[in-house]
Structures are given as C-alpha cells and as structure tokens.
Design a protein around this ligand. Structure first.
Ligand SMILES: C[S@@+](CC[C@H](N)C(=O)[O-])C[C@H]1O[C@@H](n2cnc3c(N)ncnc32)[C@H](O)[C@@H]1O
Length: 275
C-alpha cells in the first residue's frame, strides 16, 4: 500500500509534504484515508488519484478523528468516487457485507482472525463477546466447524452478521445474540470452551463476565490497546492489569498483534483458565 500512496501523491502533484496518517484501509471497494492538516482541495485531488491508481477502489472516504463510541465507528467524509458506505469484503476465504460508516470493520486484523480460527477444534463451543459483522466468528465456524455464539450490541452489525452467516453457509453453526453482552451473561446458562474478546479499548471491563461464562479449562483471547514504548513495556502493563482481574491459577501468553499509534500497541493475552 505505501507504493500506491506515493504514486497517488505523485499523480495528484500535491508535493512531498503530505502525511497520510496511518496509511489507507481498503474495505471491499471502499478506501478510507486519514489526511490531517491538508486543504480540502488537495485531499480531493489525492483521493481521485487513489481511485484511479487502485483498480478495485470505487469510493474514497476520509476518516475524521479516531474510532469512537459504543459501536466503535469511524466518522467518514466523502472525497471521491461513488457515495456509498456499503460494500462486500473478501478475507480468509469468507465474504462480508459491511457498512463502513455504521459498523466497525478493520481489514488489518485478517492474519489474527485466521490464526484464531486455525487454533479451534471442531467440537469446541466458542463465544465471541464483541462480534461486529462476523469476521472472527464466521472463519471459526467455516474453518474449524465449531459452534459459535456471537454477541453484538449494534443492531446494524447484527443484521449484517446474520446475512454474512448465510452468505458463508455457516448459519447452522453461528448464532447471533443482539444486545449488551454483560446483561446476556447474567441470564444465560451456556458455558464455553473458548471466548474471544476483540474489543481492545474496553475488554478489561468485561473480563470478569468472560471468566464466569468459561468452562473449567477454557481459553480466553483477550485484546487490549496498551501504552508502551515497546512490546516489553506494553507487555508488563498488560501483565499488571491481568493480575488484578484474573484468578491466580490462570496461565497467560502475551503477544503483540500490531502497532496502533505512536507508543500504543495492540496486545493479545491468550489466557488458559484451568490446569
Ligand atoms: C472493536 S469492535 C470489534 C468487532 C469485530 N470483532 C471485528 O473484529 O470486526 C467491538 C464491537 O463490540 C461491540 N460492542 C461494544 N460494546 C458491546 C457490548 N457491551 N456488548 C456487545 N457488543 C458490544 C461494538 O458494537 C463493536 O462492533
């Protein structure tokens, strides 16, 4: 992608001062760019050049600010091409209908999703506490053949998740529960072998519920955005956080998922509850 950015910069003739904040996300045929500090005219020139340069891009939007709110949404402004936010995205042999303005979706987690799906065994019962449109849950069902319960508070994301289950022929394996996962946790009798917590800005608030929903020897995949100059510093901050929430018998392996900003790292803890 950096090569495409520099070609688009050259084509748009907007000089070398352009700072594309964190690269370009391409979801289906929609490109999402961050161009802080550039005049609108220059942004539009860059976006038009990007649409011309990348063959499958039909719409270009600017992301203004961060990913925000309970539903973790991007605030988008149209820059070039068609004006629509609904698209079809392909990843790991699955297809997803996504509305990039009304649902969370990041194409940057595809490797992580695949590695989780590959670690699941067919007989497992899996819970995804924060499912979005299904990009973690659907490959778990499709690749491992496991049964998945997906919780999601955003009604639009639930609708698309159910549609995506049908598109990927896993509607017999994946159940979507609409609503706040902590309220659902209070009422359900279900217990799980593996629990996914892909909500890195808030997962800490839900870890006690995850432990309650877990079977004796369950695995919990816990994701967090952690402040740290390097992985070591981020790892020790995460370790401290987990020590205050987890039962003492729980074992954990910490790893870096990706860098998410200057001094911010997305870390994962793979937690094994039982012996
Ligand atoms: C960071 S996104 C991850 C979505 C999805 N796993 C993915 O990778 O595309 C977190 C998701 O959790 C949902 N969410 C936030 N709070 C929730 C809650 N209390 N119960 C259920 N879902 C929640 C948001 O709407 C959002 O879709």
């Amino acid at each position: 992608m950096p090569r495409l950015i520099s070609t688009a910069v050259e084509r748009a003739r907007i000089g070398s001062g352009l700072r594309v904040a964190t690269g370009v996300d391409v979801v289906g045929d929609i490109a999402i760019v961050r161009l802080p500090g550039l005049p609108t005219r220059e942004k539009k020139k860059f976006a038009a050049a990007l649409a011309a340069e990348v063959k499958n891009v039909r719409c270009v939007y600017e992301q203004e600010g961060g990913i925000e709110g309970e539903h973790r949404l991007r605030k988008l402004r149209h820059l070039a091409g068609e004006e629509r936010t609904l698209t079809m995205h392909r990843e790991n042999g699955c297809v997803y209908k996504v509305d990039v303005a009304r649902c969370y979706f990041s194409p940057r987690l595809s490797t992580e999703r695949l590695s989780i799906a590959r670690s699941v065994s067919p007989g497992e019962k899996v819970l995804n506490m924060f499912a979005g449109v299904g990009p973690f849950s659907i490959p778990v069902a499709k690749i491992a053949g496991a049964k998945v319960t997906s919780c999601e508070v955003n009604a639009m994301a639930c609708r698309l998740h159910r549609e995506n289950n049908r598109l990927n022929k896993v509607d017999g394996l994946v159940t979507v529960v609409r609503g706040d996962v902590s309220r659902w946790a209070e009422t359900t009798d279900l217990r799980f072998d593996r629990i996914l917590m892909p909500h890195p800005s808030k997962a800490d608030e839900f870890l006690p519920q995850a432990v309650k929903l877990a079977r004796k020897r369950a695995t919990i995949h816990y994701y967090r955005h952690v402040l740290g100059r390097d992985v070591e510093e981020a790892g020790s901050a995460l370790s401290k956080e987990l020590a205050s929430i987890l039962p003492r018998r729980a074992k954990r392996v910490l790893r870096k998922v990706r860098v998410v900003g200057p001094r911010w790292v997305e870390m994962a803890a793979d937690i094994r509850l039982g012996p």
